[in-house]
Write a protein that binds this ligand. Sequence first.
Ligand code: HEM
Length: 121
Amino acid sequence: MSKSQSIYETIGGRTAVEAVVSDFYDRVFDDPVLEPYFEGIDREALYAHQVQFISAVAGGPVSYEGADMRAAHEGMGITEEAFGRVATYLGEALRENDIDEGDVETILEEVGALEPDVVGQ
Ligand code: HEM
């Protein structure tokens, strides 16, 4: 990856991010441990925010306009186990869509840093 290129550009921009997010949610919504957390949630709105969020994390020209991570997950009682599963599915979705291993690790590190805001709130 050249220095002037962000991960977002390298992986193929919005189309690639949308494919990853779609794949990611297929995995999340298929997991019986995670399903209860997402009951009654507006999946389309969540999907749109997640596309923005992943784009922003990957250095794309997209700003994330959702709630901050602590506020977004407050009162859900998200466990470490649930967080681990979600992070695992994100990694799988990224790899499935041929994102370079180095870029996968960078994205997962950024997301992992959010664990204290998401778990146990
Ligand atoms: C891996 C780190 C995670 C990231 C980066 C993340 C990111 C996000 C984002 C961007 C939103 C949208 C916020 C908004 O609508 O303003 C959101 C909402 C949500 N997240 Fe997460 N999330 C993570 C982990 C989790 C986990 C582990 C769970 C549950 C097991 C979870 C459950 C939810 C639910 C249920 C909502 C919908 C809230 C609502 O619409 O009321 N998230 N998340």
